[in-house]
Design a binder for this molecule. Structure first.
Ligand SMILES: Cc1ncc(COP(=O)(O)O)c(C=O)c1O
Length: 287
């Protein structure tokens, strides 16, 4: 299908149709809006092709299953991502797929209408080569009902990221209820401590990040020893080095924690991982 070029992400895909943003009708009773009863994925597309689509689709399926939501089949969503990037004239883009519970009662009770499915695009945000983080005084609940799911209930992340910005950092790092290192508002974290590469296990309550999983696999393939073990949040300023992973950041070294420079920015393990990740992105669109 030939799609019109629009300069500013005004074209979105909603429930099967490409529409101008201003023509979209979403009910004020949509549970995505009222209760955060929805799930989403953020992907990066190059040449309009979403990277690691299958892994993102599987996570969307798992997140949706918890809410009892149905999602379109993978082929339909893949085409929708390509069509939205194309319609907005974006060769490289961030693509967001959101599925909500649709029209439902005003309270928490689920409705029985069909889901609302939205695919929207945006420009890729600039990512600096290194980043600064702060730990936040709020905990991730590793026992919560939504743990491990990518849901539209992101209010805690909004508050924590604002806290980070107010404190001169670009990402906020959560500990969990047990006081262990967990994740960022939109990223997973890896640390090097006494020479050992460590990332929190999924039982710490972090999102099973697609980039995290790819890095775990790359470490295995490259014989880089990585441990998935709990470490205390309050030890984060003492680590040798650390980095974040996410779809939009890729693999990004952390320069400082709570305003204190880390001993090292980058390092041998990180160099290897960044190189392998770069190669993967270039040569394997759906690893
Ligand atoms: C809370 C949280 N943790 C981790 C991540 C990183 O996941 P991914 O690598 O799949 O982007 C994200 C991504 O936005 C996130 O929102």
């Amino acid at each position: 299908m030939d799609t019109p070029i629009s300069p500013s992400n005004e074209t979105v895909w909603v429930n099967g149709s490409l529409l101008h943003e201003g023509d979209v009708q979403i009910s004020p009773f949509d549970h995505g809006l009222l209760t955060g009863d929805g799930v989403f994925e953020t992907m990066v597309a190059h040449g309009k092709i979403p990277f690691a689509f299958t892994r993102h689709y599987r996570r969307l399926e798992r997140s949706a299953a918890c809410f009892g939501l149905s999602i379109p089949d993978a082929e339909t969503l893949h085409r929708a991502c390509r069509d939205v990037a194309g319609a907005n004239g974006l060769d490289s883009a961030r693509i967001r797929v959101t599925v909500t519970g649709g029209r439902a009662p005003l309270g928490s009770e689920k409705g029985n209408s069909t889901e609302t499915v939205i695919v929207a695009s945006g420009e890729l945000p600039h990512q600096p080569e290194v980043t600064q983080v702060v730990t936040v005084p709020y905990a991730r609940n590793e026992h919560g009902a939504l743990v491990g799911l990518k849901t539209t209930s992101y209010g805690e992340n909004v508050v924590a990221l604002a806290y980070a910005k107010e404190n001169g950092a670009r990402e906020a790092i959560f500990g969990n209820v047990n006081g262990d290192l967990c994740e960022g508002t939109g990223s997973n974290i890896f640390i090097v401590k006494n020479g050992e590469l460590i990332t929190p296990p999924l039982t710490a309550g972090c999102l099973p990040g697609v980039t995290r999983a790819l890095v775990v696999d790359l470490c295995l393939a490259a014989n880089v020893k990585l441990q998935q073990i709990d470490t205390p949040l309050n030890g984060l300023t003492e680590v040798d080095s650390a980095f974040l992973t996410s779809t939009l950041r890729g693999v990004q070294p952390i320069a400082s924690v709570n305003g204190e420079q880390l001993k090292e920015v980058g390092g041998e393990a990180l160099d290897k991982i960044q190189a392998a990740f770069g190669e993967l992105c270039k040569n394997h669109p759906d690893p």
